[in-house]
Each structure stands twice: as C-alpha cells, then as structure tokens.
Write a protein that binds this ligand. Structure first.
Ligand code: SF4
Ligand code: SF4
Length: 239
C-alpha cells in the first residue's frame, strides 16, 4: 500500500452503511474511501516552509521517502506509530491535520541521530523532528517543555537586567513551570552550600536576590534587544 493511502483508511474516514441496497444488491457494511472522492482539500500549502523556518527543518524538502530513517529509528522499534518518514511526507504535502494526530508522540525523539546518519539525502530527520516539536509547542498544540520555561526565564532576566542571578533564575523557572519553590533536593543543596561556600559569598547571593542588580547603564539596551528578538522571531516563522 502506498504510504499516502494510510490516511484514507483511518477509522474516522471509513463509511458505515447498515442498510445499503444498490440495484437490488445488499452492499451494507464498512466502506472506506474507495467510493469517495480522493481529492485532497484539507492541506496547507505553506506548511513545509513553516517547518523549514525552524532550526533543523531546513532540508525537509529533500526527502525522497526511502524509509531508511524509520527503519533505523530507535523509537520506531518501540512504537510503530513513531514514523519520521511518514511525518516528513505529511509536512511536505501540507497535511497538518494528519500530523496533528501524532502530536503527542513526536517530541519523544531521543536525538540518537541514527536517522540522520543513514539518510541518503541529508534531510537530517532528527532536526525535522525537533523543528516539528518546536512548532507544535510554539503554537500551543503541545504544552511547554521544562527547557522552554527555563529558556524564557533566562532570556527574561538577560533582557531585563543585562545579567542573570542564579537563585533568581531557579525561582523564576519553578514559578513558570508550576513547581513548588521549596523542594527536598533544594533544602539538601542549600545545607551543603552553607557548609562549603564562604559566608561572604552566601551573603552576596542573598543580597542579589533582594536587590536584583542590573548591568551598569543597561537602560534602553534591554528594550532594544527585546524588540530585536521579537522581530527576528516573527521574520523567521512568518516571513
Ligand atoms: S532516510 Fe532521508 S530520504 Fe529517506 S525517508 Fe528518511 S528523510 Fe527521507
Ligand atoms: S534521532 Fe529521533 S527520529 Fe532519528 S532515529 Fe533517533 S529517535 Fe528516531
């Protein structure tokens, strides 16, 4: 079966006729789209370009569907629904709705890069998996990952203060990701820190949390940088 027909025999596309008689012949039963028009209307022409605009997705257009990536894939060996070749096919055709059916497993790519090493067309399927997962997350189709929460807090502090404060970054990260500020490992870490870190250093850390030091003359620099980051992001994914 050609790979594109997989979408046409999905359970939600199968037609069920409990009482269907044609020219006196009872043809009741389950019918797939063999008897429906095969014209695709639910595709997005720019979908491939959108995925290409995310880091790692640049070479998705090169795929010739040999299947080597899926055959070598660590995750496919665990779950046959994890199918890089099929997802790349859907991206190229703009079949976003079909891809969305697998949105909750695409992030499971373990970045082993077996697919990338074996791909004869330098598609870099591992990168395409990452680009797709990133696109899903950025558009709110999947929840934000912990690393995204961390990146957001880190970037926020750089732009706001021109520097980061380790304790502040951790607290901000916990708040953003809905984690309690007091956790057992933090208490243990704090105890060890107080044993081994010079008192002056500890006091400096505490003061920094309270007074939030800024880089000297940071002023408008942070605003300009924030505007630049925003513009670049918009240009990359919507240009
Ligand atoms: S190995 Fe490369 S060319 Fe072959 S299907 Fe996978 S991405 Fe496409
Ligand atoms: S990098 Fe991801 S997609 Fe590629 S083989 Fe490993 S698990 Fe599969």
């Amino acid at each position: 079966m050609a790979i594109h027909e997989k979408t046409l025999i999905d359970p939600d596309r199968i037609l069920q006729h409990d009482h269907l008689v044609v020219d006196g012949v009872d043809v009741s039963g389950s019918w797939n789209t063999m008897i429906s028009p095969r014209t695709l209307v639910d595709y997005e022409p720019d979908f491939e370009k959108i995925i290409q605009s995310y880091g790692g997705g640049e070479n998705v257009h090169r795929c010739w569907q040999c299947g080597s990536c899926t055959n070598s894939c660590t995750m496919y060996a665990q779950n046959v629904d994890f199918n890089p070749r099929y997802w790349i096919y859907l991206i190229r055709l703009g079949l976003k709705a079909e891809l969305m059916k697998d949105k909750d497993i695409i992030w499971q790519c373990v970045s082993c890069n077996k697919c990338t090493n074996i791909c004869p067309k330098d598609v870099r399927p591992e990168g395409v998996m990452k680009a797709t997962a990133h696109w899903l997350e950025e558009n709110g189709y999947t929840p934000k990952t912990l690393s995204t929460h961390f990146d957001e807090e880190f970037t926020h502090q750089c732009l706001e203060y021109g520097r980061i404060e380790d304790t502040e970054v951790m607290m901000g990260f916990f708040k953003r990701s809905g984690q309690p500020l007091v956790q057992t490992w933090i208490i243990n870490f704090g105890k060890n820190l107080s044993k081994h870190m010079p008192l002056g250093q500890l006091a400096k850390m505490g003061l920094n949390v309270v007074f939030r030091p800024k880089t000297k003359s940071w002023g408008r620099t942070g605003e300009v940088l924030a505007e630049y980051v925003k513009t670049q992001k918009e240009a990359a994914h919507h240009g």
